[in-house]
Design a protein around this ligand. Structure first.
Ligand code: PMP
Length: 421
């Protein structure tokens, strides 16, 4: 079966609303390499949109899933529970940077985790309001679409959306938003839209993923925590993209001297199987009444088995350290390219959550065109890169943290060539 033929069939059989980036179809994948149905090979720096921090088909993850396949694949945890769910919750509770004892509930997708974090926050505070941020991304369900701070393409034609959601500004030095201005935008919401005593939670990504790998400044996180404490508001951090060693720590929140009340996670939690979670302060997590949380597939046994193996691999292979090591190398390459590439406006990194932002050197405007050119050039040379950013003018790098050193160096050469030729 050839790529062209499959493309024709795709256009006939599936709606255009599911926008597909690549014109080639996956045949098999191993660690950081992906082969298409025509036998072409690419180095995969997309990693299933940040899902494969432990690489495609990590042998330990595969072995854990295969073992679980031989036992049972589904009972519905709310009907017949299993130990692996409880022990995974115990492991996550030990590691989440929240104050005091923690509890964890499992779901399947990132959006579902965020939905449930909102349910838990509302049940605990008995308040309706949720404040999120421009440029944030939280999912494609109705609540998470409403929480998302980017209109195109996520919200177009899908309204009306759930209410009691307000967007503040996320600090972004490059785009002229200081911490002070971001905090002022919150004050404006409290004056113009909703009283703080009606707000259940402030929800943010500590590093915005889809929004461009923007890192929340420390003083901003501290101010948010203070604001939350003074008004009885919960602080929820969405670590769906930033979690599980990507930033050089298990959770990006660990970089801050601030403890959130709830943390959402998904993607690299289960190394390619669908699993998400909400973890948080036990008292808050226990607010919803029995039966209020769950789902038929929530905490699927195969995905739970994979997640246990992922946590083992992150530890055994020192993936937090490796994230820092690889991220540093990449940043060096980007910095060197900057001298020859006037489009590079900013290079941002926290561990291996690395991004490069492009603006037109003549006008200073965000350049989605140059971004696309870099992506196309890299792909022609065998490297799959993802873009992001509110203006589509950022390349983000999401390689498996398990990528062999030689292959990583090859990818760095391709990146360098794509930026400077
Ligand atoms: N939150 C963040 C920070 C994300 O990056 C994403 C996915 N890109 C989501 C939530 C939604 O996750 P899912 O697509 O699994 O629903």
């Amino acid at each position: 079966m050839k790529n062209n033929e499959l493309n024709q069939r795709r256009l006939q059989a599936t709606p255009r609303g599911i926008g597909v980036m690549c014109g080639f179809y996956a045949e098999k994948a191993e660690n950081a390499t992906l082969w298409d149905v025509e036998g072409n090979e690419v180095i995969d720096f997309a990693a299933g949109i940040a899902v494969l921090n432990t690489g495609h088909r990590h042998p330990k993850v595969m072995a854990a899933v295969e073992k679980q396949l031989q036992a049972f694949t589904h009972t519905a945890y709310q009907i017949v529970p299993y130990e692996s769910y409880v022990s995974l919750a115990e492991r996550i509770n030990e590691r989440v940077p929240v104050a005091g004892p923690a509890k964890t509930a499992f779901f399947s997708t990132g959006a579902e985790a965020v939905e449930n974090a909102v349910k838990i926050a509302r049940a605990y505070t008995k308040r309706p309001g949720i404040i999120t941020f421009g440029g944030g991304f939280h999912g494609r369900t109705f609540m998470t679409m409403a929480l998302t701070g980017k209109v195109a393409p996520y919200k177009i034609g899908f309204g009306p959306f759930p209410g009691s959601i307000y967007h503040a500004q996320y600090p972004n030095a490059l785009h002229g938003v200081s911490t002070e201005e971001a905090l002022k935008s919150l004050e404006r919401i409290f004056k113009a839209d909703i009283a703080p005593d009606q707000v259940a939670a402030i929800l943010l990504e500590p590093v915005q993923g889809e929004g461009g790998f923007n890192v929340a400044p420390d003083d901003f996180m501290q101010a948010l925590r203070k604001l939350c404490d003074s008004h009885g508001i919960l602080l929820i951090v969405d670590e769906v993209q930033s979690g599980f060693a990507r930033t050089g720590k298990l959770f990006a929140s660990e970089y801050y001297d601030v403890k959130p009340d709830l943390i959402t996670m998904a993607k690299s939690l289960a190394g390619g199987l669908p699993l998400s979670a909400v973890a948080g302060r036990a008292e808050v997590m226990d607010a919803p009444a029995p039966g209020g949380l769950g789902g038929t597939y929530a905490g699927n046994p195969l995905a739970i088995a994979a997640a246990h193996a992922v946590l083992d691999v992150i530890e055994e292979e020192n993936l937090c350290e490796r994230a820092n090591h690889l991220g540093q190398h990449l940043v060096e390459v980007l910095n060197r390219a900057k001298a020859q590439c006037p489009y590079i406006a900013d290079i941002r990194a926290q561990g291996s959550m690395v991004a490069v932002e492009f603006t037109d050197p003549q006008t200073g405007a965000p350049s989605a065109e140059f971004t696309k050119q870099v992506q196309e050039k890299a792909l022609a040379d065998g490297l799959l890169l993802l873009s992001c950013g509110v203006y589509g003018n950022v390349i983000r790098f999401l390689y498996p943290l398990t990528i062999p050193e030689v292959q990583f160096r090859k990818a760095l050469d391709i990146i360098s060539q794509s930026l400077t030729h």
